[in-house]
Design a protein around this ligand. Structure first.
Ligand code: 26Q
Length: 756
């Protein structure tokens, strides 16, 4: 049966209509069913050893386009739909985006699954099926409001497996139901699985926003993904979630091991478990517990698990390293307590340093310590980050186990982040260097041969211009904001966090605003675009959103400033918005305080789409700078060693925000937060709190780098005017982005860690 007949069969069965008479919604459902069936039928890749990638988040984004692409059906389906008078893009609009992640870490897990499948490796994801995902963001009175984000519909990518596992908490048991989404491999005919566990009887949608009775754990276990660890009840629920995920996941692993014909004593030989940050760390004691239940001695179980589990660290922010009160684990996973105590005892016996223990004197369980002692690999996510882990944050562990530490610089799947989201650029690349870069992204460097090809450079500028115009239409339809596509698009898209320093970008906007008011017109119109959600309990992050939205309103209503400077914050920024905006970006803002951003992955996506980075020497920016060379990136700011020194109590030179505030230029910008113009639009309390914080504390040192940031950004805006020179910068960035393909990253994980 050909494709047309298969679609027709589905629409007739479901809607009693031939496809020609279906609407977008019906065609979407028919394509979903078709692609789901086609992927589900694919066999798993072969191999003796199987990977399980454990992660509390898989920010997969919409899947229809992605899966059609992997199945090699995208062009055919587009043509068929067109022949019926429909546009594939409009059909795809029907798909809800599953919001199963916060940001970088969750999206990385999704890129990795895509690459693991594309490389034909045998590896499944293991996570949770959150019903309302992360919250949906709305703006009201220039503030963020949160509402639930239900994404599951009657027809979805989830396949019921019929598999169920019992998870025993303190005082009650729950059944974990397993749902699977198939992950088709591009370039092969295999598929892996994303395993998502859910409770058997989920609660109905909450009525009061995203608040619910956090003591009703049984029914709410998989309701929400937690954006932070702000309130106590939420924190405890998070531990229940984690144990639910890893206990069911560990049972699945051992069941599959047996089905493959191997005994528990050969777990390590046939299995690799990658622990994505410490959120799934309890898989270690849980596997040990289950192996001893199956007859292994404690020594044997510890040995097997220590050769099975590998840990990825994504942060050096001390407050983000998970430490759970033993009392929480006592409640959520009492059977793990004796195991954890025994693991801690063994550590203390072997290593006298109390700071390396698992249990500290406050009875906090240091999850990362458990991973490092009882895993066989510890990796950072960018070269600089791994060096800081070895030299500072995890130094004592590096001294103990130097051979466990390794770097795996992050990557992104260029199938979604170039091919799917930017077809015009893809076509141009194909015309220059042919299609081979898809399976060998390093070949993108072939674009360097076109540096002096005026026709290619001009076409690159046209592709970017068209993407900007397309984005303007989409934003106008969604939010009623009408931007100027001929202005320079300066883009900062990432979770809102003080260390990422959106506040510094806001102060740049203030500077431009005051300049224009004083008659100093910028070189060309600038549009500053933001996309960011703040954790609901992260007060300072919400104040920063408030500031940006107030600046947006102030400028929208100012006929003098508006032609030269615009601010637009995208509501409910998510994967779908990223796919729309990234192709349209001119400047990629990567301005975290050096040493704080482990890697960043948006920086890679923007680079691959021809945006030029304006960034600090942090995370993977360092590697981007090395690859593209100084003429093709704008760097500024204090380097990580200086920042680390400024945090050091013993350095004698501790950072003091006030010293930087009391300079003529900076003071004026910061004080603008309390200006009558802004107070008229904003909440005086919130703006004053932010003002006080920046001036008096500024924990992430925005004022330290502010002046250099402003002048380097002005330089970028000026150099943008030399269109040909700018097009060359774009071309170099695209050409060098092949290194940041997650296919490269996954090959390295496989060669150095998993050995599948
Ligand atoms: C922890 C405890 C309780 C509740 C929530 C959490 C929690 C949730 C999400 C802690 C951290 C996260 C997410 C972290 C994250 O996204 N990190 C980013 O990971 C990317 C992929 O490696 C990096 O590129 C980014 O630099 C890093 O910030």
């Amino acid at each position: 049966m050909d494709l047309k007949e298969r679609i027709g069969q589905i629409t007739r069965e479901r809607f009693g209509l031939p496809p020609e008479q279906c609407g977008d919604r019906q065609l979407y459902e028919a394509l979903l069913v078709l692609t789901r069936n086609l992927t589900q039928e694919r066999p798993a890749p072969g191999g003796e050893r199987k990977l399980y990638y454990f992660s509390a988040e898989f920010l997969v984004g919409k899947l229809l386009d992605n899966n059609l692409l992997a199945l090699g059906l995208r062009d055919q389906v587009r043509e068929l739909l067109a022949s019926w008078g429909h546009d594939l893009n409009a059909v795809e609009e029907q798909e809800p985006e599953p919001s199963l992640g916060n940001g970088g870490l969750g999206r990385l897990a999704a890129c990795f699954l895509d690459s693991i499948a594309a490389l034909g490796l045998r590896g499944d994801g293991v996570g949770l099926c959150y019903h309302y995902g992360l919250f949906r963001q709305k703006f009201e009175d220039n503030k963020q409001k949160e509402t639930p984000d239900p994404w599951m519909e009657a027809e979805s990518w989830l396949i019921p497996t019929g598999k169920r596992y019992t998870v025993s908490f303190g005082g009650f048991d729950l059944t974990a139901r397993l749902w699977d989404a198939a992950v088709p491999g591009a370039y092969n005919d295999k598929a892996n699985r994303l395993h998502l566990f859910d409770v058997e009887e989920p609660a109905p949608p909450p009525e009061n926003g995203i608040d619910f009775d956090k003591t009703d754990i049984a029914r709410h276990l998989t309701s929400f993904l937690y954006p932070d660890d702000a309130d106590e009840a939420g924190r405890l629920l998070r531990v229940y979630q984690q144990y639910f995920m890893v206990s069911a996941g560990a049972q699945l692993i051992l069941e599959e091991l047996e089905e493959r014909g191997y005994g528990p004593e050969s777990l390590a030989e046939h299995t690799a478990v990658q622990i994505n940050d410490t959120h799934p760390s309890m898989v270690i004691p849980e596997l040990i517990r289950l192996l001893t239940e199956r007859g292994l001695t404690m020594d044997q179980a510890v040995d097997q698990v220590s050769r099975t589990c590998a840990y990825t660290n994504h942060t050096i922010l001390a407050e983000a390293l998970e430490k759970w009160p033993l009392a929480f684990i006592e409640k959520a996973a009492p059977r793990l307590v004796p195991v954890i105590r025994e693991l801690d005892r063994r550590v203390r016996e072997a290593c006298p340093d109390p700071a390396a223990a698992i249990l500290d004197e406050k009875n906090l369980v240091h999850m990362a310590h458990m991973d490092i002692h009882y895993g066989y690999s510890v990796n950072g996510v960018a070269a600089l980050h791994t060096e800081i882990l070895k030299k500072a944050e995890l130094k004592r562990f590096y001294d103990l186990y130097p051979r466990k530490f390794n770097n795996k610089t992050n990557g992104v799947t260029l199938r979604r982040w170039l091919e799917a989201c930017n077809p015009d650029l893809t076509a141009l690349i194909d015309q220059c260097i042919g299609p081979g870069w898809r399976q060998d992204p390093g070949r993108l460097v072939g674009l360097m041969d076109f540096m002096d090809n005026d026709r290619v450079l001009e076409r690159l500028l046209v592709v970017k211009q068209n993407a900007k115009e397309r984005f303007c239409r989409q934003l106008r339809e969604a939010q009623g904001i009408d931007l100027d596509p001929t202005s320079i698009f300066d883009v900062q898209i990432k979770r809102l966090h003080e260390y990422k320093r959106q506040q510094m970008n806001a102060l740049y906007i203030v500077q431009k605003y005051l300049d224009i008011k004083a008659g100093r017109i910028p070189e060309r119109p600038i549009t500053v675009l933001f996309g960011a959600k703040a954790a609901p309990a992260y007060v300072m992050a919400k104040h920063i959103i408030h500031l940006i939205l107030c600046l947006q309103e102030l400028i929208e209503n100012d006929p003098v400033v508006r032609p030269w400077l615009r601010v637009a914050m995208i509501e409910n920024y998510n994967v779908t918005w990223a796919e729309r905006l990234i192709p349209a970006a001119d400047i990629s803002e990567q301005i975290s305080l050096a040493s704080k951003e482990a890697s960043g992955t948006g920086n890679m996506k923007l680079m691959a789409n021809g945006a030029v980075t304006l960034g600090t020497m942090d995370g993977a920016n360092v590697e981007i700078a090395e690859l593209v060379g100084p003429g093709n990136i704008y760097t500024f700011g204090a380097h990580s060693d200086r920042v680390i020194h400024l945090y050091d109590d013993k350095g004698g030179e501790r950072y003091r925000a006030l010293d930087y505030y009391h300079t003529p230029r900076v003071e004026r910008l910061v004080d603008f937060l309390l200006s009558p113009e802004l107070l008229e639009l904003g909440d005086a309390k919130d703006l004053a709190a932010l003002w006080r914080d920046i001036k008096g504390k500024d924990w992430f040192m925005a004022l330290l780098d502010l002046e250099e940031y402003i002048s380097v950004k002005d330089l970028a805006v000026r150099q943008y005017g030399d269109r040909k020179a700018w097009a060359r910068k774009m071309l170099v960035n695209i050409a060098k982005s092949g290194y940041f393909s997650s296919d490269r990253t996954i090959k390295q994980y496989n060669e150095d860690i998993w050995r599948l």
